[in-house]
Design a protein around this ligand. Structure first.
Ligand code: HEM
Length: 218
């Protein structure tokens, strides 16, 4: 236990916690995106997938608890690493060289806040149905299609998915650094892997609100 505490208290421990929890969240996002795009194939398939998932009963709650735990670890490690970086540079830079800091890196924190706000709205929208205009428990495919018919909702989803894409790209890119794979020889691989995963995950999610805005959902 003391070893875990000592590891957490070190900068490298926080980075490992951030990278590890981030990778677990990426795994969730890949499976969540893959199930949601079933709405294009056949909304009933999305219902069947959700029914299968809900069939796990207590285990589903363990998975939800685990997801929440890793999300909190990710946020806490990000917050503490930001504080450490700030303390090391208390007066800030006079002139920031944006060539070495990509858009994604600079907006990582605000992107994280937007994702947190989105998550609260999203669960009240599609899981509890509280903020859904016409929620039918169990009819997940239908709930997604109907929920996306509200223009501002689809636009909010689309904007958040772009922000998640930027966050995701930078997170994947950074994880190489945490794992020590930051030799210049690895740079093009880092960019390729980060771009491919971002296009797959954020692009897959984004296709749903964009299709809704274009009137292309089934
Ligand atoms: C267009 C994008 C998305 C769509 C259409 C979508 C759809 C859904 C639906 C229909 C549910 C309820 C599932 C059920 O009751 O079985 C759900 C739950 C959830 N979604 Fe999404 N989702 C999207 C993006 C995201 C993103 C980007 C995240 C994370 C950042 C996310 C995180 C969650 C979480 C944590 C739950 C609750 C899971 C649970 O109840 O066990 N979703 N989503």
């Amino acid at each position: 236990m003391n070893r875990f505490r000592a590891l957490w208290q070190s900068v490298i421990g926080k980075k490992i916690a951030m990278a590890g929890s981030g990778l677990i969240l990426v795994g969730f996002l890949i499976s969540h995106m893959a199930s949601n795009v079933l709405v294009f194939v056949d909304p009933a398939k999305l219902d069947a997938y959700a029914e299968w998932l809900h069939g796990f009963g207590g285990l589903l709650w363990v998975a939800r608890g685990g997801l929440l735990f890793f999300l909190l670890v990710h946020i806490l490690a990000a917050y503490q690493l930001t504080q450490i970086a700030r303390a090391a540079r208390p007066t800030g830079y006079h002139a920031v060289d944006y060539r070495v800091s990509t858009y994604a890196a600079r907006t990582m924190r605000w992107g994280g806040v937007l994702i947190a706000v989105f998550l609260v709205y999203h669960i009240l929208h599609f899981t509890t149905g509280t903020l859904h205009p016409d929620f039918h428990p169990g009819e997940v495919g239908r709930n997604v299609i109907e929920g996306m018919q509200v223009t501002w909702t689809a636009a909010f989803y689309a904007i958040t998915m772009v922000s998640i894409g930027a966050h995701f790209w930078h997170g994947i890119w950074s994880v190489f650094q945490t794992l020590g794979l930051n030799h210049p020889a690895w740079n093009s691989t880092r960019v390729t892997v980060a771009t491919a995963l971002t296009l797959l995950v954020a692009g897959g999610f984004l296709s749903i609100p964009v299709a809704a805005l274009l009137g292309l959902l089934p």
